[in-house]
Design a protein around this ligand. Structure first.
Ligand code: NAD
Ligand code: DAU
Length: 345
């Protein structure tokens, strides 16, 4: 690759780009911009899937590197080779239930891995480091109120504590070394290519297979849902215009109890509510998340564009039309995880 080619591009290390949000981001960006060169560094864990990136794999502004963000040597090599000026760090272990079954890999990837990236970013003097975080770092809300960017961090699960640690490290690198860090904290995403361990795809696929739909506790835990492309657009905007040293909450003001979502999925698929099964609650289950996204709306001009009604319909239809994508997942490792997670509930 010619140095002059890279010189004219925004060379971005996107980590975790084979996962759900990262792959939607890369596909979206490569369709809409020709000034970004993306180096996608992904370990291809159980959650990483190159099939998600079929439409992007031959794009001249894109390359894929299989590797681990905790690999110092590899990360430094990539920064030098591709003259990386920007990092967007999506890579993470992302599932709360798995973090309860085994926390270690969460701290390794989400904390140590982020530290490796921050160190390389510092050494190579990059122009922006965008840390993709989550509203779960704020903990749980009561029946009223919203998370703002100044809500104290109070994570409750191994997953969210690892993400909170990464946020604090990133900000410490900003304050101590002047590293140009920005953080986004988004609420629950849904859309195509989401791994069927998360609520919405798991319920769609179980319903299609006439399997029981396991609802934790009373089903009245509330999440604030956003379509993945709305999140991706917010990431693009914060990457372009976000002020260094700032945190931006991202959410679509779409709170819903889990039971309501599951019933809606069943209705859409013409399936009977008898499939619903209330099971033992998730330990430490956060009751309610709800995001105040007025800062990104007022300061950067972002707003969600998709309504829940149309985007959930699109998502359900995507799973109906892409059976082969998820059927390939429902094999060995997934079945083992499913049985460990759900058999004794
Ligand atoms: P995902 O689990 O679908 O994808 C994670 C990706 O990271 C996978 O491709 C995986 O292979 C890769 N990865 C994991 N460990 C790695 C390592 N050590 N080195 C390199 N790559 C590695 O996750 P997602 O749902 O797409 O979430 C992406 C990011 O967004 C995460 O940081 C998550 O915390 C954050 N987030 C997710 C949501 C959500 O609702 N899913 C909401 C807010 C924020
Ligand atoms: O809020 C952002 C976070 O949203 C992200 O940071 C995480 O990466 C992402 O996984 C998600 O975390 P949640 O724990 O909210 O998502 P999950 O899909 O696992 O669960 C959503 C809700 O549904 C939660 O209240 C638990 C419940 N649930 C989930 C599963 C998998 C069930 O009742 N039954 C289930 O089988």
């Amino acid at each position: 690759m010619e140095d002059s080619f890279l010189f004219n591009m925004k060379t971005i290390l996107v980590t975790g780009g084979a996962g759900f949000i990262g792959s939607n981001f890369i596909n979206y960006i490569l369709k809409n911009r020709d000034d970004y060169f993306i180096i996608n560094l992904d370990k291809l864990t159980y959650a990483g899937n190159l099939e998600n990136l079929k439409e992007s794999e031959t794009n001249k502004n894109y390359i894929f590197v299989k590797g681990d963000i905790t690999n110092n040597e590899l990360v430094n090599f990539l920064f030098g080779k591709y003259k990386i000026k920007y990092v967007i760090n999506f890579a993470a272990e992302s599932h709360v239930d798995r973090s309860i079954l085994g926390a270690e890999v969460f701290y390794r990837t989400n904390v140590i891995g982020t530290n490796v990236l921050l160190e390389a970013a510092r050494r190579f003097n990059i122009e922006k480091f965008l840390q993709i975080s989550t509203d779960e770092v704020y903990g749980s809300l009561g029946p009223t109120g919203l998370f703002t960017e100044t809500t104290p961090l109070s994570p409750n699960s191994p997953y969210s504590s690892s993400k909170a640690a990464a946020d604090m490290m990133a900000m410490a690198y900003h304050h101590t070394y002047g590293l140009p860090v920005v953080i986004t904290r988004c609420s629950n995403n849904y859309g195509p290519y989401q791994f069927p361990e998360k609520l919405i795809p798991l319920m769609i696929i179980n319903a299609l297979n006439n399997k029981k739909l396991p609802i934790y506790g009373d089903g009245m835990n509330v999440r604030d849902w956003i379509y993945v492309i709305d999140h991706n657009k917010a990431v693009e905007l914060v990457f372009e215009k976000g002020k260094v040293g700032e945190v931006y909450n991202v959410g679509a003001s779409n709170e819903m109890p889990n039971l309501q979502i599951v019933k809606l999925i069943l209705k859409h698929l013409n399936k009977n509510e008898d499939l619903i099964e209330f099971v033992k609650d998730r330990p430490g289950h956060d009751r309610r998340y709800a995001i105040d996204s007025s800062k990104i709306q007022n300061q950067l001009g972002w707003k969600p564009e998709f309504t829940f009604e149309s985007a959930i319909e699109h998502t359900i239809n995507w799973y109906l039309e892409n059976k082969s994508w998820w059927e390939r997942i429902l094999t060995g490792d997934y079945l083992k995880y499913y049985s460990e997670q759900y058999s004794n509930r």
